[in-house]
Design a binder for this molecule. Sequence first.
Ligand SMILES: Nc1nc2c(ncn2[C@@H]2O[C@H](COP(=O)(O)OP(=O)(O)OP(=O)(O)O)[C@@H](O)[C@H]2O)c(=O)[nH]1
Ligand SMILES: C=C(OP(=O)(O)O)C(=O)O
Length: 213
Amino acid sequence: MERGADLVVPIKRLDRAKSRLRGAVSDVEHAELVLALLLDTVTAALSAEGVRRVLVVCEDERVPAALRGTGVECVDERGLPGLNAALTFGAESLRTPSGTVGALQADLPALRPADLSAAIEEAGGRRAFCADRQGTGTTLLLAARGEQLDPRFGPGSAGAHAATGAVRVGASRPSLRCDVDTGHDLGVAAELGLGVATGKFTGSFDLRCTTSP
Ligand SMILES: Nc1nc2c(ncn2[C@@H]2O[C@H](COP(=O)(O)OP(=O)(O)OP(=O)(O)O)[C@@H](O)[C@H]2O)c(=O)[nH]1
Ligand SMILES: C=C(OP(=O)(O)O)C(=O)O
């Protein structure tokens, strides 16, 4: 039996991603900020005990360039239609008969490796999810050991994942629940402690931005 998990991290084309966060930094820096959120997320994930492989599924050529030499793998999503299709494609390429595959959102810049490890441990090979701070979205989905990911990301995904039989994990792990959608979220993440890449922008944040998608 394999312990731990292999994780897929999806990332949209950088200029189109995180539209509600637009304005937190200057327009020219927006793509760099989105990339920084990803880099801090995957760096923390790869150093978490129990995480074996981290595979980014992307549609932007700047992403593999930025990940080169980090140990994080990267694959182009090849025009697949949307987030859940991209995740399924990535997860199937990682899946083994007795291993656990999972999906981790790309916007967790305060992620602590210990929080991710604890959630994987808590799942114990069961299908599981971690809800975001608001309790409606999902930051981490883990398939049952050896099973398909069957992702249901999108509005209300926490409820959708619970309805598929996933157990809730990581409820007391703030860094795993702190996804950054808005300027306010960025402020909360900064209080928890940002990773190095996102932290470089701290001096230029405008946390009042709440642009509608
Ligand atoms: N590869 C891939 N990743 C995606 C896709 N759609 C969303 N993502 C990723 O899924 C997560 C959500 O991305 P966004 O849709 O930009 O985030 P959001 O907070 O919903 O963005 P806004 O609503 O625009 O503010 C992030 O991890 C993205 O990088 C997709 O079609 N393909
Ligand atoms: C897609 C999701 O989140 P977001 O829109 O914040 O990326 C989700 O939580 O299922």
